[in-house]
Design a protein around this ligand. Structure first.
Ligand code: BJW
Length: 243
């Protein structure tokens, strides 16, 4: 019997919306309240590190809100990883930890993690739950002013790209959930997979993304409804043949 095809799932801010975390580009999203140029570029951090630290301190604190918990979509993806007989790789653009809390294990945070910081002097990477300031000393090298959020800003290289493309090249199913398709390289994954012609591709989103026409199948609705139903379908019927 042939092996079960592997699955790659890309998630974006939309999957965490019903857990109480803001998306970026919706009308009530983060970029409606702050400017990308002020908080999400290396230049912004060089110009005004306190402003950038405040932005991420507030979001880190928000993750501790007892109301912010994994929702049915996060839980369904953890179930898929547990029950699917082949490999399931979850690639998230989200910096929250809701996939881990739901039980996902095979996970790449391509835009970093809110609960980690790193030192620009010694490259030490560490878990961090408290506010960070420009005078926080690195616990490893002791130097001040080098501690920064472990997140990927515009112009910086996303994390784990070699491993992600290796799995995109061999998967039988690519699924994109809750992402608007505005930010590369993640927005280009569907083209990469379609070009190879060997994987079925599905978008699950509240509304069609920028690249919706590139997917073989598009399912629209809130993630907490459509993701559990989709996972049930895959576990029952298997992965459709690529078209
Ligand atoms: C629901 C829902 C519900 C709502 N249920 N769904 C010109 C052309 C092409 C590329 C470039 C260009 N100029 C520059 C670039 C590259 C640049 C880029 O893409 N820019 C674009 C703006 C054009 N990219 C980069 O710089 C990246 N690095 C890079 O490219 O390195 C070089 C490289 C070369 C070769 C190979 C590899 C790399 C880095 C990008 C860093 C992004 N960083 C951010 C912020 C940091 C993290 C943080 O603070 O959280 O990451 S930006 C922000 O956008 C964040 C997100 O991860 C990312 C994606 O957003 P996402 O998840 O799609 O959210 P939204 O809000 O956009 O969409 C939400 C969706 O959910 C919507 O569709 C809703 O409908 C839906 N939704 N409720 C289901 N209940």
């Amino acid at each position: 019997m042939s092996e079960a095809p592997s699955i790659v799932i890309l998630t974006g801010a939309g999957i965490s919306k019903e857990s109480g975390l803001d998306t970026f580009r919706d009308s009530d999203g983060i970029w409606a309240k702050v400017r990308i140029e002020d908080v999400a570029t290396p230049e912004a951090f060089a110009r005004n590190p306190s402003r950038v630290q405040e932005f991420y301190n507030a979001r880190r604190a928000g993750l501790k809100d007892p109301k912010v918990v994994p929702n049915a979509a996060h839980e369904a993806l953890a179930r898929l990883e547990r029950e699917w007989p082949g490999e399931v790789l979850l690639v998230t653009q989200n910096i929250d930890d809701l996939h881990e809390r739901a039980g996902s294990k095979n996970l790449i945070h391509m835009h970093g993690e809110l609960l980690k910081v790193r030192c620009e002097y010694c490259d030490a990477l560490m878990r961090w739950e408290e506010p960070l300031s420009t005078s926080t000393p690195c616990p490893h090298c002791g130097r001040k002013s080098g501690m920064r959020p472990h997140v990927v800003w515009f112009g910086e290289m996303p994390i784990g790209m070699d491993a992600i493309y290796e799995k995109l090249d061999t998967c039988g199913l690519f699924v994109s959930i809750g992402t608007s398709g505005n930010v590369y390289p993640a927005a280009g994954f569907v083209q990469h997979v379609r070009y190879r012609g060997l994987a079925h591709s599905v978008e699950l989103n509240l509304e069609p993304s920028q690249g919706a026409t590139l997917f073989a199948e598009v399912i629209l609705g809130p993630a907490t409804e459509i993701v559990p139903a989709f996972v049930d379908r895959i576990l029952t019927d298997g992965v459709p043949t690529a078209v």
